[in-house]
Design a protein around this ligand. Structure first.
Ligand SMILES: NC(=O)c1ccc[n+]([C@@H]2O[C@H](COP(=O)([O-])OP(=O)(O)OC[C@H]3O[C@@H](n4cnc5c(N)ncnc54)[C@H](OP(=O)(O)O)[C@@H]3O)[C@@H](O)[C@H]2O)c1
Length: 298
């Protein structure tokens, strides 16, 4: 990329860097010479990033951050301001997928999903925006998902959190533009990370009840795939995903949405072009959700 197309945004705060997309993004941005505050719930998990920093032209600071805890968010932001002298870019990456049929996921688990993927993210934006407004520039990059436009059976709770994220980002982008602040959404499709393992963990407490569940014929095959941690069709590496996140940091005029993986682009196009009923029918076929498989009204 030519310098003319690159921003000078260099001071970056990233959430959820213990593994996956967050860790890969930090590694790449360090290679690009940026100043990073990488955060994780458990700060020890960030040790490997220190080795990466030592071999890069970038500068790394690490601190703990649980995005669901107010005191933790405030301490991490204060740390970033102190170490970096300000934040140019916030990458809201921390998140996980709560799976299961809507009827049977306990409300408490749904609340936890929203605490992390939605409320934690909003709170991080609320923390950085005053100083971004004061410096009259900034960029907030929200790691959403292709599931912010398509909601799949047994993944409705996770999708709801990402649909919410889309709603927040679309309004915020227009609200903060007058202050020179940009809001970008990243919509990854399947990326090889810890995500499937965590998604499987999220269903652990549901398995006892699934045997007697009205949704068993469909829930068991779908949730078993998460449990078995089988490779997902069309998966790409975290490095491929990180390249796109880095583009969202560096592009002088970033896109509103960056869609990652061919599978995600296909779903994105289907959502834009197909009437809802046709899309439902296609998904019903993919997930084998026919009435005659056991869907008797009770
Ligand atoms: N992988 C995919 O296929 C995929 C596709 C679309 C979107 N995404 C999105 O990409 C983002 C990153 O996921 P990933 O694929 O890299 O999965 P991952 O490897 O499981 O990483 C998730 C990260 O989020 C952190 N996290 C979870 N809860 C947190 C909390 N309360 N506070 C702070 N950090 C927390 C995890 O930290 P701990 O180690 O402490 O748990 C971990 O660092 C998520 O927002 C996810 O929804 C992923």
């Amino acid at each position: 990329m030519t310098n003319a197309k690159r921003t000078m945004l260099k001071r970056v705060l990233v959430t959820g860097c213990s593994t996956g997309i967050g860790a890969a993004t930090v590694r790449l941005l360090l290679q690009r010479g940026m100043y990073i505050v990488a955060t994780a719930r458990s700060v020890e998990t960030l040790e490997p990033l220190k080795e990466a920093a030592a071999q890069s032209s970038g500068t790394l600071f690490t601190t703990s951050l649980d995005v669901t805890v107010d005191s933790s968010r405030r301490a991490a932001f204060a740390f970033a301001e102190e170490k970096l002298g300000g934040v140019d870019v916030l990458i809201n990456n921390a998140g996980y997928g709560q799976m299961g049929p809507i009827e049977e996921v306990p409300l408490e688990l749904i609340r936890q999903q929203f605490e992390t993927n939605v409320f934690g993210l909003i709170a991080m934006c609320q923390l950085v925006l005053p100083s971004m407004r004061a410096q009259r520039h900034g960029r907030i990059i929200n790691i959403s998902s292709i599931l912010e436009v398509v909601s799949l059976p047994m993944g409705g709770i996770y999708s709801a959190s990402k649909y919410a994220l889309a709603g927040i980002s679309d309004a915020m982008r227009i609200e903060v533009e007058p202050f020179g602040i940009e809001v970008v959404l990243i919509l990854p499709g399947p990326i090889k990370s810890e995500f499937p393992r965590t998604a499987a963990l999220s269903t652990q407490s549901l398995w006892n009840n699934l045997e007697s569940s009205a949704y068993k014929p469909w829930a068991v095959p779908i949730l078993s795939r998460w449990k078995a941690n089988q490779p997902r069709s069309g998966e790409v590496s975290v490095e491929v995903c990180a390249e796109v996140v880095a583009r969202a940091v560096e592009d002088r005029r970033p896109r509103i949405r960056y869609v990652i993986t061919n599978r995600a682009r296909m779903l994105y196009t289907m959502r834009k072009l197909l009437p809802d009923r046709i899309l439902d029918s296609a998904l019903r076929k993919v997930f084998n959700m026919r009435k005659d498989k056991g869907g008797q009204a009770s």
